[in-house]
Write a protein that binds this ligand. Structure first.
Ligand code: NAP
Length: 299
């Protein structure tokens, strides 16, 4: 292996440490206790695990964590009423509605009912527009985590060729916007892209957010490039049929022979996502109180 490993687990711990410092400062200097409300509708097992982890880490950095667990058949009106209540609660600085929502609920309507200033997932249409026009916004957590790791590794990203594989609203598109904001030359590839391998080989920064296990092979990677693997895919274990294994969208074995730096799965982008949710919550608490934003925790 030639690539250096970008350790997302360690980086996330550093981010959480910075968040905790800011939380202490907000409490002691200003009497402000940042609060994050997470709303979970239904009993999707993966969502329950995410919500539990979010709550635990929120408390660990010293913030107030509020969880609202609603039945799977909760009506849209009841969910909107809860969001309304959280929007007007001054003790709540961040609101996250865990996705996916049950089919009878309109996700866009629900997300767009969150006060944009409290939209710590960065999915509200106002935040999407602000990010797209280079204005101050709440930035989606996963791409924000990727950006932080890239800035840390490269310093300036200006002038680098970036290829983002995947054009989802939660990862691919905001990732491309953030890289553009840092003056990369950005290409977005997707399922209809022609000769995607050749396109990826142009990339100084290659971000894979596809949801296809180990799709990006070593010969797609430009020698020395930085590879950010957003993918989280569970596949059958190669040697033990009773087990499964987590892999990314990048074939780590071959890509790490060519890349200059690479994020592993697990332990790369994944841990950064919750760390950035906490960062966004402390940012929202600062903004809500007209205080300077924490340095290094925003885009
Ligand atoms: P998504 O909404 O399913 O989007 C996948 C994107 O990949 C689409 O734009 C799709 O193109 C593109 N794609 C699919 N097959 C392709 C192919 N063969 N060649 C090129 N592009 C292809 O997925 P997502 O929500 O962005 O998530 C992507 C991955 O990241 C998943 O593995 C997910 O679990 C993971 N993820 C991880 C985190 C984290 O915290 N680390 C957070 C979010 C997501 P089209 O638009 O043309 O269909």
């Amino acid at each position: 292996m030639t690539a250096s490993i970008i350790d997302g687990k360690a980086f996330a711990a550093t981010v959480r440490g910075k968040v905790a410092e800011h939380v202490t400062r907000l409490k002691t200097d200003h009497g402000i206790m940042p609060g994050l409300a997470v709303v979970l509708v239904g009993e999707d097992p993966a969502s329950q695990v995410y919500v539990r982890n979010k709550g635990k880490q929120t408390v660990e950095v010293g913030m107030n964590s509020v969880e609202h667990k609603l039945d799977a058949d909760t009506s849209e009106a009841d969910l909107l009423a809860l969001i309304d209540q959280l929007n007007s609660d001054p003790a709540i600085h961040g609101i996250l509605v865990q996705l996916p929502l049950p089919g009878h609920l309109d996700s866009d309507l629900v997300i767009n009912s969150i006060d944009p200033a409290k939209d710590v997932d960065g999915f509200h249409i106002s935040n999407v527009g602000l990010l797209g026009t280079g204005q101050k916004s709440m930035v989606p957590c996963t791409p924000l985590g990727c950006l932080m790791m890239l800035r840390d590794h490269h310093g300036s990203l200006s002038g680098l060729n970036a290829v983002v594989v995947g054009r989802s609203n939660i990862v691919g598109k905001p990732m491309a916007q953030l890289l553009l904001g840092d003056s990369c030359t950005v290409t977005i590839a997707h399922s209809r892209t022609k000769d995607i391998e050749a396109m990826c080989r142009q990339a100084d920064i290659l971000v894979a957010a596809v949801g296809r296990p180990e799709m990006v092979k070593g010969d797609w990677v430009k020698p020395g490039a930085t590879v950010i693997d957003v993918g989280i895919n569970r596949i059958p274990h190669p040697t033990d049929s009773a087990k499964t294994k987590l892999v990314g969208d990048v074939d780590f074995a071959s890509a790490s022979e060519v890349a200059g730096a690479i994020t592993p799965v697990p332990g790369g982008v994944g841990p950064m996502t919750i760390a950035c949710l906490l960062a966004n919550t402390v940012t929202a608490a600062c903004r809500a109180n007209g205080l300077a934003e924490p340095e290094g925790l925003t885009a």
